[in-house]
Design a protein around this ligand. Structure first.
Ligand code: SIN
Ligand code: CO
Length: 387
């Protein structure tokens, strides 16, 4: 992957990862011109009113723009009446509703799929913003329509203080080190912790390609879930070797350290830990966005072989693979999958973002069963190849 990438303004992925990723911002003019026109402001408005969509409507008071209100979805038409001059509509996970948007993740092949969060879009009229703030995640901000002025400032962290009494985590000040107006197709990479402030110059759509990392609390939570479900761990541990009677009210340091060792030996089991992590990391960001499909059987699939269909990842689902004990295993939407060896390689290609043809090579009962199960749980989808 050592060629210069247009999306990075002509630097290589290696250079970006070593110099910019998680460290400093990067502005690229005309990085993603194809994003313009995929969604129009009206599409964003309509999407925000749909049932399953996660959206927020942020308003600033006309009399005092430092007073903010936030209304989270479900949003209704009435929420858009009597609007102040300054507002922003945020819609999460537009990549789950627009295949064209989902395809744009492919412009960032140097970051693995498991790091992706979602593509959020913001819609604001001139002057609209979500305030001066910082995020704990990496984001590529891409201008889709109109113009937005971005100011970047100081590095912040968990101890940074916010303006009191507001529903958003607004920074009182930003020490401006960067001040540029982005036009459709322009991209700005913002690393975690960097203060930023984007103000619409006109009717404006900005896309945030967000990346996530799990936190330790969630990792522990997932580990505890998977250990609690493990029958082998449900039997009481054997008692410590007792040589002489002890005080009956006391649990000795020896006894405690024995129990700690029992626990630690399980916590250090790499398979148990990896499985718990994979379950967590494969959890979808918005489980409600996963569509429910009509049940498909292996007979239907047999008929569809060589009819020009493609198998592809469902954008709202999350499918990952990893090597465990020398074998490639799959996890999707928070659970480990059981996939036959004969379909393993093809499913890796699908998880890597490829669309693979449903052809005669799939004429195997195990493969067809795997495909049917993956389709019925909406982990993958079946599309006519011309789409
Ligand atoms: C926006 O698009 O207005 C907000 C995106 C962000 O600051 O993360
Ligand atoms: Co932000």
């Amino acid at each position: 992957m050592s060629q210069a990438l247009d999306v990075l303004g002509g630097i290589t992925a290696e250079q970006f990862l070593s110099e910019y990723w998680q460290k400093k911002p990067l502005l690229v003019r005309n990085a993603l011109p194809e994003i313009a026109g995929i969604l129009e402001p009206n599409d964003v408005m309509e999407l925000a009113l749909e049932d399953e969509v996660s959206a927020r409507l942020i308003k600033q008071k006309d009399k005092d723009p430092n007073q903010w209100t936030v209304k989270s979805s479900p949003l209704i038409k009435g929420d858009f009446q009597k609007m102040p001059k300054l507002w922003t509509l945020l819609v999460q996970a537009v990549d789950h509703y627009s295949f064209d948007m989902a395809e744009l993740w492919k412009k960032f092949p140097f970051i693995p799929q498991w790091r992706r969060d979602d593509i959020m879009v913001s819609y604001a009229p001139k002057g609209g913003s979500v305030g001066k703030h910082f995020d704990f995640y990496d984001v590529f901000l891409v201008q889709g329509h109109g113009h937005r002025r971005w100011q970047l400032g100081q590095m912040c962290d968990a101890s940074t203080e916010f303006v009191a009494g507001q529903p958003l985590k607004i920074l009182p000040e930003i020490e401006v080190t960067f001040d540029e107006v982005l036009a459709p197709g322009d991209l700005l990479y913002v690393p975690p912790g960097l203060a930023h402030y984007g103000v619409a110059e006109d009717d404006c759509l900005t896309y945030s390609f967000g990346f996530r990392m799990p936190n330790v609390a969630d990792m522990v939570d997932s580990l505890s879930d998977s250990m609690a479900e493990n029958d082998a761990l449900k039997n009481p541990v054997m008692d410590i070797q007792r040589k002489q009677p002890t005080k009956i009210g006391e649990i000795s340091t020896n006894e405690l350290s024995y129990l700690r060792e029992q626990l630690m030996s399980q916590l250090q089991n790499p398979s148990v830990l990896s499985d718990a992590l994979m379950c967590l990391i494969s959890r979808p960001a918005y489980p409600n966005n996963i569509p429910e499909n009509d049940e498909i059987g292996t007979g239907d699939l047999e008929e569809a072989l060589d009819q020009g269909y493609l198998l592809k990842l469902e954008p709202a689902s999350r499918l990952l693979y990893s090597e465990l004990d020398g074998v490639i295993h799959f996890w999707a939407n928070g659970e480990r999958l059981n996939i036959s060896d004969v379909f393993n390689e093809n499913l890796q290609r699908i998880a890597d973002g490829e669309a693979i043809p449903l052809n005669d090579e799939m004429y195997d009962p195990d493969i067809l069963e795997d495909i049917a199960e993956l389709l019925n749980s909406s982990i993958i989808m079946l599309l006519p190849s011309e789409e």
